[in-house]
Design a protein around this ligand. Structure first.
Ligand code: ADP
Length: 505
């Protein structure tokens, strides 16, 4: 028998990837392409949905070509995606009516403030598990309908479709046949009820989103459709598309966090920690989100508590692209090693306000503790440390909500190659940090969801056996130093608050 694979499409914030995984969960071929990030105004972040589609087709073709495989060797296709990023397109022509509004974009802060006036920031939390924030898709859809001429009427008439990136890709992959999303992506819109797993029509009405434009909500692991006959996608023609998970839920799945109480933290553009809470949707009292972790076919949904941090790896990009202190992202570690410590400098990157556990859209970034002594090495260190402190804020909230302190943290994502950061993370958390053998956990999770639906893998137990540890960092820092730095960080955070005034929005 020839060897068979599952193809994962990982459409992330900065790039699209396609990875072919074998039965042991080992990546055997992959391709990656970046897409353009556009920042038309302060606080605005956009992508071109058509460019995303083109890059996706290209990377799928390249990954298949690398192994020389076609439809008979590919058991299923799984999709994972940057979440919350919002696309609205014309059902007839397939043309987006506006660029994709990316999850980091804060243009909806007025809409959010207006919605908060009646019922406060937790107005929709009981149904959706989420606070009102510019982060989620609902307000972004409303903005497009308010600002693109004629869009609201066309949406109400059923001529326009909304989708997060998973729906957009599924619709394209099926040549316009299937307009659907999975429960994990739907749980990030502020429009889905967590218990019924259906659109909450009352909330849709209050936010101003016509239900006619919403995709059908499906599970994370089932056959949605087969890939249509499309140019550039000959290698997957007719292959079942059988798994969809938002990127963070996919990473949780790929890290084999199937048991309640297991957690992972992904260090990418932002950081996202998810704790599996089993079949119970736990309401957070400490600034976390309640979200769907995954749903396999007809089985009950599994929920998670999530701590989302908007800016971690993107602060490294900022140091590189905006300040030009480094030339490549990995150089941040060399620079940081030039000095003993942060020299008293702290950077709180509240570029999109502060997400978990603060949820303050009025916050903006600060660099504090500057003296004549501080040099680029200290700044590089402060950049890396910011990721670790923000992670501690979220971990403390998680411990408080779940009442069971985490014993170790499973990590993945682009930043976990940074040894200095990983050691500092263990030091500042005072828990072990563990990196798995396969760090492409996002793509792996999507592959797992798709493979389970078609019987390529039998059970989650089988997937658990594929997980193995690569490296472990244990705390070494003196507790006095830990406490002092933590105190300073918290003080720095207070300096970001209440910065945005109405007339500078
Ligand atoms: P995403 O999936 O969100 O696009 P990735 O998981 O690919 O992100 O991670 C990319 C992020 O990791 C970038 O923001 C980049 O700045 C950061 N990064 C990459 N290499 C390093 C490194 N050696 N040290 C610190 N940060 C890094």
């Amino acid at each position: 028998m020839t060897e068979r694979y599952v193809l994962a499409i990982d459409q992330g914030t900065t790039s699209s990837r396609a990875i072919l995984f074998d039965h042991s969960g080992v990546p055997r071929a992959s391709a990656q392409k970046e897409h353009e990030q556009s920042f038309p105004k302060a606080g605005w972040v956009e992508h071109d949905p058509l460019e995303i589609w083109e890059r996706t087709v290209e990377v799928v073709g390249s990954a298949c070509a690398e192994l020389g495989v076609g439809p008979s060797e590919i058991a299923a296709v799984g999709i994972t995606n940057q979440r919350e990023t919002t696309v609205v397109w014309d059902r007839e022509t397939g043309e987006p009516v506006y660029p994709a509004i990316v999850w980091q974009d804060t243009r909806t802060d007025r809409i959010v403030t207006e919605l908060e006036e009646d019922g406060g920031p937790d107005r929709f939390r009981a149904s959706t598990g989420l606070p009102l924030s510019t982060y989620f898709a609902g307000p972004k859809i409303r903005w497009i309908l308010d600002n693109v001429s004629g869009a609201r009427e066309r949406a109400e008439a059923g001529a326009l479709a909304f989708g997060t990136i998973d729906s957009w890709l599924l619709w394209r992959l099926t040549d316009g046949e299937v307009h659907a999303t999975d429960v994990t992506n739907a749980s990030r819109t502020l429009l889905m009820d967590l218990e019924s797993l259906a659109w909450d029509e009352e909330i849709c009405g209050e936010i101003g989103v016509p239900v006619e434009m919403l995709p059908q909500i499906r599970s994370s692991s089932e056959v949605y459709a087969e890939v249509a006959e499309l140019p550039g996608l000959e290698c997957v023609r007719g292959v079942p598309i059988a798994g969809i998970l938002g990127d963070q839920q996919a990473a949780t799945f790929g890290q084999a966090c199937f048991a309640p109480g297991t957690a992972k933290n992904t260090y990418g553009t932002g950081n996202f920690m998810l704790l599996n809470t089993g079949e119970e949707a736990v309401a957070s009292e400490h600034g976390l989100l309640t979200t769907v972790c995954y749903r396999l076919g007809d089985a009950p949904a599994v929920y998670a508590l999530e701590g989302s941090i908007a800016v971690t790896g993107s602060l490294v990009q900022w140091l590189r692209d905006n300040l030009k202190v480094i030339e490549t992202a990995s150089e941040v570690e060399e620079r940081a090693r030039e000095v003993e410590d942060n020299g008293g400098a702290y950077i709180v990157p509240a570029f999109s306000g502060l997400f978990a556990p603060h949820w303050r859209s009025d916050a903006r970034g600060v660099v504090v503790g500057l003296t004549r002594f501080v040099n680029r090495g200290h700044l590089a260190r402060a950049v890396l440390e910011a990721t670790a402190y923000q992670t501690r804020e979220v971990l403390e909230a998680m411990d408080a909500d779940s009442e069971v302190p985490l014993k170790e943290l499973r990590v993945d994502g682009g930043m976990v190659v940074n040894e200095l950061l990983m050691q500092f993370q263990a030091d500042i958390l005072d828990v072990d940090v563990v990196r798995p053998e396969v760090i492409e956990t996002t793509a792996l999770g999507a592959a797992y969801a798709a493979g389970l639906a078609v019987g390529f893998w039998e059970s989650t137990e089988e997937l658990e056996a594929n997980w193995s540890e690569d490296r472990r960092w244990s705390p070494q820092m003196d507790s006095k130093d830990r406490d002092r730095m933590w105190r300073q960080w918290n003080k720095a955070v207070t300096r970001t608050l209440d910065w945005v005034d109405d007339d500078v929005r």
